[in-house]
Design a protein around this ligand. Structure first.
Ligand code: NDP
Length: 331
């Protein structure tokens, strides 16, 4: 590999201050790994917003290239099952947190982190999906495995206009569920209906404590990206035998609840993690995304920004101002 330089966003620590700067970096500075990838696209997730703007929360080692997602083409590989020229996706495993991530024109990663780009998706679509969409699919798979199938009773998605939420709404609607979108943004009701929501719920409804241990049974299941009082509200109102796939904390990390949803209604609280999700399930989820996510809806929920612009988007996502998904074109 020549030691040409490439462009990267770099988080640097200087005298106790963390700064983010666009740098020309030598390829020899890349971390260890069997696979060198020429990155085409990354994306902006909630966690990227935290990495960029909340020092010490996600990134603790500097210099660090943020970006928890990347998609690109393998340029060099010493692993037998990953070949130069392969289009690939890498999400999670600590990239953009502890290992240099996707906000750069090159990345070097472990071969076991690499997922082949599934047939039917291009690199840009893969990053329009990104960790957010992958997580939405893991939530849907978990609900399915716990018997939440399309039927009369509604499923609800919280934080619906965000990245995970938008893709969860589109996926569930495509699969035939009756989807309710819980959102705090009235101006996005039409957008959520376009994605497939049959009904919209003001997010204050679920987030307001009722003072009771159980509320009336409403939902067959739920995808929750918000946490806090919202998750507590979901647990009180999921119908007998239903499940909540909990993946997020956009509204808070605390959970105050009682055992009654579990012991009187057999409700399941399903924890969803995308970062260390095992490889086989990862590939399964990406295959399902390629099959089940309508690409016209994916396109409508996505916009593309440059590396420089990703920094400002990171701030917006922490303030709940981003609609759907943001792809970063690193070139
Ligand atoms: P986004 O910012 O795109 O979406 C979050 C949405 O949550 C917002 O759009 C908003 O939806 C809602 N929201 C924001 N702030 C509040 C608040 N204070 N109270 C109630 N609702 C709020 O982020 P992502 O979709 O990228 O991520 C969503 C969550 O999922 C994050 O907490 C993230 O950390 C987590 N996550 C977890 C993963 C895992 O592996 N477990 C992987 C990926 C994400 P609206 O405007 O519709 O109300």
């Amino acid at each position: 590999m020549s030691n040409a330089t490439f462009r990267a966003l770099v988080l640097e620590q200087e005298g106790g201050e963390v700064r983010c700067a666009l740098r020309e970096v030598e390829r020899s500075a890349l971390p260890e790994g069997e696979v060198l990838i020429k990155v085409a696209y990354s994306s902006v997730n909630y966690k990227d917003g935290l990495a960029l703007h909340v020092p010490g929360r996600i990134v603790r080692r500097y210099p660090m290239v943020p970006g928890i997602d990347l998609a690109g083409v393998v340029e060099e590989s010493t692993a037998p099952d990953v070949r130069p020229g392969d289009p690939v996706i890498v999400t999670g495993w600590g990239i953009g947190e502890r290992h240099w991530g996707g906000y750069a024109q090159y990345a070097r990663v472990k071969a076991e982190w690499v997922v082949p780009l599934p047939q039917g998706l291009d690199l840009k679509q893969a990053m329009a999906i990104g960790t957010a969409g992958f997580t939405a699919m893991l939530c849907v798979m978990a609900l399915e495995e716990h018997g939440v199938v399309p039927g009369e009773r509604e499923v609800v998605v919280t934080g619906a206009a965000g990245g995970v939420g938008s893709i969860a709404v589109a996926l569930l609607a495509q699969l035939g569920y009756r989807v309710v979108a819980s959102t705090g943004r009235p101006e996005l009701h039409d957008y959520l209906r376009f994605l497939g929501a049959q009904r919209i719920l003001d997010r204050r409804v679920l987030a307001t404590p009722s003072g009771k241990a159980l509320d009336s049974e409403q939902w067959a299941g739920a995808v929750d990206t918000v946490g806090g009082e919202t998750l507590a509200g979901l647990l009180r109102s999921v119908a007998y035998g239903g499940s909540v796939a909990a993946c997020g904390l956009a509204g808070g990390s605390e959970l105050t609840t009682t055992v009654f949803p579990f012991i009187l209604r057999g409700v399941n609280l399903l924890g969803i993690d995308s970062v260390y999700c095992p490889r086989e399930r990862r590939e399964q989820a990406w295959q399902r995304l390629a099959r089940d996510l309508p690409l016209d809806k994916l396109e409508a929920m996505t916009h593309v920004v440059s590396l420089e612009e990703a920094v400002a988007v990171g701030r917006d996502i922490l303030q709940g101002k981003v609609r759907g998904r943001v792809v970063v074109d690193v070139n």
